[in-house]
Design a protein around this ligand. Sequence first.
Ligand code: SAM
Length: 253
Amino acid sequence: MIIETLSVFPEVFEGYMSASIMGRAQRFGHLSFCAHDLRDWTHDRHRTVDDEPYGGGAGMLMKAPPIYEAVTSIAAAVPEVKPHVIFFTPTGAPFTQRTAERLAREERLLLVCGRYEGMDERAYALADERISIGDFVLTGGELAAMVVADAVCRLIPGVLGDDMSSKDESFSGGEGGGLLEYAQYTRPAVFEGAAVPEVLLSGDHARVAAWRRRDALERTCRWRPDLIESAELTEEECALARQLVERYREGGA
Ligand code: SAM
């Protein structure tokens, strides 16, 4: 997969995108990453990318022409693969694991990051979609782009080494069924008086799987009951979930 970003601070991607799993994904050829500098598509001495908003108001807005020129020229640089273009804005659709799963099936992503007070509305005509990473306001879209690049990259087959390891994680539409992940433990078996559940030491894979499924269901009912409606549950699990949600709502432990 190709992931490219367009922003006025391309240098901020360097450390994060070359470390750990994303660095390895690039070294092994699963991911090609490039951070473009929007100022490369300006034509004045000061390499201006912003201007005052029409109608007044605080702050500056990113101008549409450099963004338009940059996106069209980046797209044309690899003409055989049209990029899926994402603009980051707090007004976009909320980013979820489902979005990451869908984007991981794209061949090429172009992530366009805003700064200042945002962008001239006409720039969004280039967007295949607008994404928000949450109901808060960041100073720029670079962190949002890294969040999306990270969440997508680890879903590319081969990136995590063991292809199964992203399938039963929290929110995952695979074996996790859209639930939160179950509790996990590593050595020591007893820490500060708290013992690892006996079943996890039993070596009985069927019992371990059943315990994990039940724990995932309990944790989701307790901490994220909003996820239960869209989770993939058996009839028996649905009935249990109803009881658990009710119990936790009433303040049960
Ligand atoms: N004035 C804008 C508003 O109220 O919606 C906020 C602009 S914000 C200061 C500057 C840039 O940061 C945005 O253009 C966007 O690219 C990025 N940004 C800020 N918060 C974001 C969020 N929650 N999700 C995605 N991008 C965000």
